[in-house]
Design a protein around this ligand. Structure first.
Ligand code: P6P
Length: 318
């Protein structure tokens, strides 16, 4: 006889499979974009973020919403592309909340830069009952998180609370194959990743950290792709740091807390790394709105510790 725990894990497995299937469809669209005339802007104006929607943003969002509603395992969906939460109809309502950015970095897609889908999964407080507040749980309450990078290879990276594993899509089989078991972030890295075009807007602590990276005996390598999934995937595998700090131009940061920062923070932490807002743990934050933005630093523990030290010293000196 199946127990409640068995049903829970079965439902989570079905939900994750639905996400993986959505990612397979999206990667196929990304690969064929130029040929299928899926490039360029969607002519739908700006999305809730005030960003111009690309055709692939609309396709990716429709695929995620359609798959996650019909898989009958969710109560509430939050998408970067949709202003309000989507409440699954009672006949489809399950036991999970899924938050996602269906195609992050899409402004890069026309020039062939790697992009990706990001998702996080929470348990609903009551099976089958859609509640808005269930989408505003702290990141540490997530039961699973992951992303799919559409790059030189298509990699589905996932944690369900234990290790972080990476699965590479075999196009000939149409299946994700385990290629990166138990991904572990090096304790220290030799790369820093931040948009230095914003230097004039940073606080002193961030300026100090980047100067340290440049002026040490063996200078760190600067790498910035401008597509969060690609920058995080590199940081996860090679170590170092990725930062999008809050600054005078982005007082609350640019990246969205719920479906960008939280999932990436869970993945990096479960891989032995660290995710900070500059002084505290990202996953401890309790969101107040579904599209709120957040400054973030994540990657190798010792490197993120160094960023926090620079921030603390700057606050003391001010
Ligand atoms: P900037 C892409 O638009 C995105 O949301 C993330 O994928 C990426 O890390 C960030 O914005 C890049 O922002 O201001 O450096 O171009």
């Amino acid at each position: 006889m199946s127990t409640a725990k068995d049903e829970d894990s079965s439902d989570l497995s079905i939900l994750i499979q639905s996400i993986a299937t959505s990612c397979k469809y999206i990667q196929n669209c990304v690969r064929k974009m130029g040929l299928a005339k899926l490039g360029g802007e969607a002519n739908t104006g700006q999305n809730v973020q005030g960003e111009t929607q690309m055709k692939l943003d609309v396709v990716a969002n429709d695929v995620f919403v359609g798959m996650l509603d019909t898989c009958k395992r969710c109560t509430v969906l939050v998408s970067e592309e949709i202003e309000d939460p989507v409440y699954c109809k009672p006949s489809n309502a399950g036991r999970y909340v899924c938050v996602f950015d269906p195609l992050d970095g899409s402004s890069n897609v026309d020039c062939g830069v790697s992009v990706g889908s990001i998702f996080g999964i929470y348990r609903a407080t009551e099976k089958g009952v859609a509640r808005a507040e269930d989408a505003l749980q702290p990141g540490k309450c997530m039961v699973a998180a992951g992303y799919c990078m559409y790059g030189s290879y298509c990699n589905f990276v996932l944690t369900i609370g234990g290790h972080v594993h990476g699965f590479t899509l075999d196009p000939s089989l149409g299946e994700f194959i385990l290629t990166h078991p138990k991904i572990t972030v090096p304790k220290r890295g030799s790369i820093y990743s931040v948009n230095e075009g914003n230097t004039q807007f940073w606080d002193e602590g961030m300026k100090t950290y980047v100067e340290r990276c440049k002026n040490q005996a063996e200078p760190r390598g600067a790498r910035y792709i401008g597509s969060m999934v690609a920058d995080i995937h590199r940081t996860l595998l090679y170590g170092g740091t990725f930062s999008y700090p809050s600054d005078r131009k982005h007082p609350d940061g640019k990246l969205r807390l719920l479906y960008e920062c939280f999932p990436m923070a869970m993945i990096v932490e479960k891989a032995g790394g660290k995710a900070s807002d500059g002084c505290g743990r990202i996953l401890d934050i309790k969101p107040t709105s579904i599209h709120q933005r957040q400054g973030i630093h994540l990657g190798s523990v010792e490197d993120v510790d160094e960023i926090e030290e620079c921030m603390k010293n700057a606050r003391r000196a001010s």
